[in-house]
Write a protein that binds this ligand. Structure first.
Ligand SMILES: NC(=O)c1ccc[n+]([C@@H]2O[C@H](COP(=O)([O-])OP(=O)(O)OC[C@H]3O[C@@H](n4cnc5c(N)ncnc54)[C@H](OP(=O)(O)O)[C@@H]3O)[C@@H](O)[C@H]2O)c1
Length: 349
């Protein structure tokens, strides 16, 4: 008999006794204890294994890597004009990396370049390159990459970070919105990765990092195409990682929870218009600098899958695998709450 089976049999007999021997009121009052017991017995070993694994990984990364591992590395960061990408640019520049800053807004990228040059004293100054990149313009991507390979010779690290979010209900969202989200968050990164891959394979070296989201592991209501794009990203990189391992190319997926950036402000809605609201969850989320330091850790340690979120959100991902029905019930409840909030927001607009 497996441990899990015996746990459920114990639980059933415990519940049976509880029903036989006590009145309904007493059973209800023991419910928190039962839930606590189930959580500890089922989740305890899972969490313990994860904590030991993560601790070992962190120790290994401290033992075998140092910041100097990034010195002189040529790193292409997409979405560097704001939020996580901007913070990653700071974290890498001060460690001596040679940066290529990419996004649509070259004015912001040039401002960032000046700030980096003024703020940090580095051993060897590598003036960051600014490049205009619109992921929606898929056909332009190979040309941009060819230009960068010609000017830089090669690219060591690609950080596929650029992205946009979405707020809306499936039923009234125009399909053009779904397509746009998928192009920016998924196909754009696929095109960039494909354009760069042959050069990495030829050199038998490279690291590709996809900045996904916790929503790439657990879909939320009213975020359908965002969640779908991040799930797609996870699948693409998981496949790619296995394919390019023999070419010594590393592939990592970083999945953060809420971060305090402009993501919700810039999110698009059912008709493609901008959402324009900074959600409380985002505003109260992690600092982009914290996420950037974790991405640096990922580069140094080669960690393949990194989830950055409070324990309760990580628990949601684990429960989604262990008991999907429970999470599905929670999401239905959450959808009802979100619907009311969205109606209130629509009225305010
Ligand atoms: N904030 C969160 O709560 C959160 C949580 C989990 C994951 N993430 C992920 O983190 C990544 C960075 O987002 P952020 O939070 O830093 O948001 P952000 O501050 O809005 O930054 C988004 C970046 O993506 C770029 N971008 C958007 N559309 C683009 C396009 N068509 N072509 C090229 N670049 C484009 C923007 O640059 P331009 O406007 O200059 O083009 C900007 O630099 C995203 O992939 C997001 O999904 C964010």
């Amino acid at each position: 008999m497996t441990n899990t089976t015996s746990i459920w049999i114990d639980l059933a007999s415990f519940l049976g006794h509880a029903l036989e021997n006590t009145r309904a009121v007493a059973t209800w009052s023991s419910l928190p204890w039962i839930l606590g017991w189930v959580t500890l017995t089922v989740m305890g070993p899972v969490v313990a294994v994860k904590v030991v694994y993560r601790t070992l990984q962190t120790l290994m990364s401290w033992a075998f890597s140092s910041d100097s591992g990034l010195r002189g590395k040529i790193v292409l960061v997409t979405g560097a004009s704001s939020g996580v990408g901007e913070a990653v640019a700071h974290a890498l520049y001060r460690r001596g990396a040679r940066l290529i800053l990419a996004s649509r807004n070259t004015q912001k990228l040039n401002d960032l370049k000046e700030i980096l040059l003024k703020t940090y004293k580095v051993e060897e100054v590598h003036v960051p390159t600014v490049v205009k990149l619109d992921l929606e313009d898929i056909n332009s991507i190979p040309g941009v990459v060819t230009g960068l390979l010609t000017s830089h010779g090669h690219i060591d690290i690609l950080i596929n970070n650029a992205g946009m979010s979405y707020r809306g209900a499936v039923i009234d969202t125009d399909v053009s919105v779904d397509i746009r989200l998928m192009v920016v968050n998924y196909f754009g990164h696929v095109a960039l990765t494909k354009a760069l891959l042959p050069s990495m394979v030829k050199r038998k070296s490279g690291h590709i990092v996809g900045v996904s989201s916790l929503q790439g592991k657990l879909a939320l209501p009213f975020r359908s195409c965002y969640s779908a794009s991040k799930h797609a990203m996870q699948g693409f990189y998981d496949s790619l990682r296995a394919e390019v391992a023999d070419s010594k190319i590393l592939v990592s997926v970083v999945s953060p929870g809420y971060i305090s950036t402009n993501l919700s402000l810039n999110a698009i809605t059912k008709d493609g218009s901008t959402y324009g609201i900074s959600d409380k969850a985002n505003a109260e989320g992690m600092k982009p600098e914290t996420v950037a330091e974790s991405i640096v850790n990922c580069l140094l340690s080669g960690q393949e899958d990194m989830v950055l979120a409070p324990a309760v959100h990580q628990l949601g991902v684990i429960l989604h695998t262990l008991t999907p029905t429970l999470i599905s019930r929670y999401m239905k409840h959450r959808a009802n709450q979100n619907r009311k909030e969205m109606i209130a927001v629509d009225k305010e607009k």
